[in-house]
Design a protein. Structure first.
Lengths: 388, 499
């Protein structure tokens, strides 16, 4: 990746020489505002990387502003072909008869872009937006780097916890001289310190690994243990299995933060580690401990971590209203989007798509569609919320 | 010569000042860091540009925390802390915060740019301010002409040994791109004053408050501007009514006195002490017309320009605002976990917005421990090195890592690499400059410190901060092995490009 980054840098520098620093930089800003719109599962599904199609695109950008005359044309002429995003130009063949109708419907379904809602918004734009060659390349660069850093965002707790587990292990059993113990303890306690009202990934991670190790060493898992209701028996449960080491190595191989917490964040752990939920007291304006309900704590933590802490955004339709507009959908999971940011992000999207863009979302429990048409933002009610 | 991160940094600062890319202006937020200093604290501005993204909105103040307490108790240390029932009100002093909005050098730069002020031509040829580029240390990127062959081959050798591809019988060393080391330079300014400003202000009764205010304000700007032109400029501040006194700068700008107007006496009175304080050698005569009739830098007062014999008074001057890049030096701060960076409580701390960077072990500064110039891997004491080298250690612990190459770097370089997310070269963008700015500032003010930085490559490159104590280095190296094992084995990293 070191070489890839260096090559990317060289290409961006070249674009800056050719098109001007501010132009390229502004476009990078636009892409940055979209760089969390990627599909975390894509790298595991799609072996062939998406590539920026560079051919025949140069100059297409100018067609985007060809105005309303183009829309009135019956035939998808040259102007319209330039206006529509790639992949939508070919007119559907004229088919007669029932078979023909079926065929036509298939044709329409086939031509629906994307065929199913697509979370790889950046990849979609790179392929289908009317971009200049260099712009498509910049989108590709930003997307590539975003995917590269993705695993680190998905495994923050696990990664830090694992490293902390091992530094503590190595230091206390191997590498520490007697006279260094105080300095070490001082430094190590700083690493796992908990701040009020925030979670320290180092702390949660390392404690969870230790908890897992302990449980598997003592055999505190499986049906027998889970169904045991006797508290005394549970706490004294020890089958001397010694599987802890093996288990944590397995866990670090197979999990990410979400599955890690989902699977191993148990009620016992939650209680031992003194987790709580807090909430703002509207009257005094301060944050207060709300309670220590296990279900609530866990739900909230998982929600914060799912999709590496980003909202789920999909490309829904690239030919929305049959006008070549782009429609995105936000899968609402209980928390609204930050509205002003969402509006500005739509501006960035419009800069890339060069046609009006809309986002389906839910604001204050009402399904809404936010649209930016290149000059102003408008918001309208929707009959129903976007679902996948 | 300007390094790449410096370019990004200056671009960021230009955007902040609104010189370029005005469209970004509305995204600029002025964050503050609060660094304790003495009794009070210093507020360090951390301007930030937030790129809009589709993100979750305000979580209506919800979150998960960890610690003691019952339902209804306030979450400790929250900045939103109101009057809590059990709190002790009004005890002790309030926290005094000194605002360091922009450094004076930046201020002068802004003023110069706004007003189109010329750079002052120096009188005479002997400019005593010298700037020298000195080659110190190595870095991972640079022009080929500065490549250090010796260091490059040493790196290559070390890498080959670590990866087990070195054959002692056939010692062929082939450096690859990552081994290359380039000589890096540092610009050492050697400030020596060749100019003295003497400000003199009448604070007697004949000067109304308004006049005094004008003098004060104008002399402040003159001072700021001239300081940007003459490094190591010395200034004397004199206030006088019936008698004159040399005062410190801060006093000068703040004093309000009243008394008789008899300045000549004052001038006579100050000659002697002042003369001894001014640096010998060429003294630039600066006309400061704004001080009007009381200007002292003209030819009429030759006595004042006579060379004196004592060391620069700046050294003895107790209070110095931040002139130029000389940061306000703070003692090392050792603070508990709750102190440190006081930003808004990140309710969603876990799923942070960061680009998945990994660095920054903890927000603390090690305290007056013996500092080591550099810790190189091979020089690690025997205690830190188990028999059989790190491979033996890894085997016994069952850690399965790529070869790890440690590299000690100084903190500027560390901040640079961290700003680039661990990579030696990234495309030019102000965002990296912003990161650099933040990390450098919090390091300078002792708020946080990047202990190590490790990137997911094979072999794994880990950067250690020079000057950490040996214990810290060992801890960090052990930590790095943990990360490296994770990078190598976790499923979600399996598709990443480690070349």
């Amino acid at each position: 990746m070191i070489d890839v980054m260096a090559n990317n840098a060289a290409r961006v520098r070249r674009y800056m020489d050719r098109h001007g620093v501010s132009t390229v930089e502004a476009f990078i800003d636009v892409c940055l505002s979209l760089d969390n719109l990627i599909d975390p599962w894509l790298p595991f599904r799609d072996k062939k990387p998406r590539r920026a199609s560079t051919g025949s695109q140069t100059g297409m950008g100018t067609g985007a502003s060809s105005g309303p005359e183009a829309e009135l044309e019956d035939e998808p002429g040259a102007a319209q072909r330039a206006r529509l995003p790639r992949g939508l130009h070919q007119p559907a063949g004229v088919h007669r008869g029932a078979a023909g109708k079926k065929k036509q419907q298939d044709e329409i379904a086939r031509r629906k872009l994307p065929p199913a809602p697509d979370r790889d918004v950046l990849g979609f734009l790179m392929q289908h937006a009317p971009l200049d060659a260099w712009e498509a390349d910049v989108v590709g660069i930003l997307r590539e780097e975003s995917y590269y850093f993705l695993p680190q965002r998905q495994t923050k707790i696990m990664n830090e916890g694992w490293a902390t587990y091992w530094h503590s292990k190595i230091m206390t059993t191997k590498a520490l001289r007697d006279d260094e113990i105080i300095d070490y303890a001082d430094a190590a306690s700083g690493v796992t310190a908990m701040g009020p009202g925030q979670l320290n990934p180092y702390k949660i991670g390392v404690e969870l690994y230790r908890h897992i190790e302990e449980r598997w060493n003592r055999g505190q898992f499986g049906k027998d243990y889970e169904s045991c209701a006797n508290l005394q028996e549970r706490t004294g449960w020890d089958k001397q299995l010694g599987l802890g080491k093996q288990k944590i190595f397995e866990v670090r191989r197979m999990h990410n933060d979400v599955t890690f917490l989902d699977e191993f964040f148990t009620e016992d752990f939650c209680r031992d580690q003194k987790f709580f939920t807090f909430k703002e007291n509207r009257r005094t304006g301060r944050l207060e401990i709300e309670g220590r309900s296990f279900a609530k704590i866990k739900a909230q933590m998982l929600q914060q971590l799912s999709n590496f802490g980003q909202p789920f955004i999909y490309v829904v339709d690239a030919n929305y209203l049959n006008r070549g507009e782009l429609l995105l959908g936000h899968r609402h999971e209980g928390v609204d989007l930050k509205a002003d940011y969402a509006r500005d992000t739509l501006r960035s999207l419009e800069r890339v798509w060069r046609r009006p863009v809309s986002l389906l979302t839910i604001l204050d429990d009402k399904p809404k569609r936010i649209r930016f048409d290149g000059s102003e933002i408008s918001m309208s009610d929707e009959p129903q919320a976007f679902r996948v | 010569m300007i390094s790449r991160i410096e370019q990004d940094h200056s671009r960021f600062r230009e955007i902040i000042r609104g010189k370029i890319r005005q469209n970004l202006r509305k995204y600029i937020s002025r964050g503050d860091l609060i660094a304790p200093k003495g009794q009070g604290s210093v507020t360090i501005p951390m301007p930030q540009i937030n790129i809009p993204r589709f993100v979750f909105g305000d979580n209506s103040g919800q979150g998960v925390g960890q610690g003691e307490g019952d339902a209804g108790d306030p979450v400790g240390g929250s900045p939103k802390d109101g009057q809590s029932g059990s709190g002790k009100a009004g005890e002790g002093e309030g926290n005094k915060a000194l605002e360091v909005e922009v450094s004076l050098e930046e201020l002068a730069e802004i003023m110069g740019e706004e007003l189109g002020l010329p750079n002052i031509q120096r009188r005479g040829t002997q400019s005593l301010e010298t700037k020298k580029d000195r080659y110190v240390g190595l870095r991972t990127s640079g022009p080929e002409s500065l490549r250090s062959f010796k260091a490059t081959f040493k790196r290559a050798l070390r890498r080959q040994v670590a990866m087990g591809t070195y054959d002692a019988r056939r010692p062929v060393i082939v450096p690859i791109r990552e081994d290359r080391r380039y000589r890096s330079w540092r610009t050492d300014p050697r400030p020596q004053s060749n100019a003295v400003i003497i400000y003199m202000m009448d604070v007697s009764g004949s000067m109304g408050d308004e006049q005094k205010e004008m003098v004060r304000i104008e002399s402040f700007w003159i001072d700021t501007w001239l300081r940007s032109q003459y490094k190591g400029l010395e200034s004397r501040y004199i206030i006088h009514d019936a008698t004159a006194r040399v005062v410190e700068r801060e006093v000068f700008f703040r004093t309000r006195e009243s008394g008789r107007d008899d300045d000549l006496v004052g001038v006579q009175g100050l000659r002697r002490p002042d003369r001894r304080r001014v640096q010998p050698g060429a003294v630039e005569h600066l006309r400061v017309p704004l001080l009007g009739r009381r200007q002292l830098v003209g030819r009429r007062h030759r006595d004042l320009h006579r060379p004196a014999q004592e060391p620069p008074a700046a050294a003895a001057q107790p209070v110095r605002l931040r002139a130029g890049r000389v940061a306000v030096r703070l003692g090392a701060i050792h603070q508990g976990p709750a102190g440190g960076v006081q930003q808004a409580p990140a309710a969603d701390h876990v799923g942070d917005q960061d680009q998945g960077r990994h660095h920054g072990l903890d927000p603390r500064v090690s305290e007056g421990r013996p500092l080591m110039a550099s810790v190189r891997f091979r020089r690690c004491p025997a205690a830190a090195r188990p028999a059989g080298g790190d491979q033996g250690l890894r085997r016994r612990l069952r850690l399965d890592t790529f070869p790890v190459l440690f590299e000690p770097v100084d903190y500027r370089h560390m901040c640079e690499i961290a700003a680039y997310d661990g990579f030696p070269t990234r495309y030019p963008h102000w965002r990296f400059g912003m990161e650099y700015d933040h990390m450098l500032k919090s390091h300078t003010y002792g708020l946080s410190k990047i202990y190590e930085l490790v990137i997911n490559t094979n072999p794994c490159y880990a950067y250690l901060l020079e000057g950490n104590s040996l214990v810290d280095q060992k801890l960090v190296m052990a930590h790095v092995y943990g990360h490296c094992d994770f990078f190598k084995n976790n499923y979600f990293f399996s598709h990443t490009d480690r070349g």
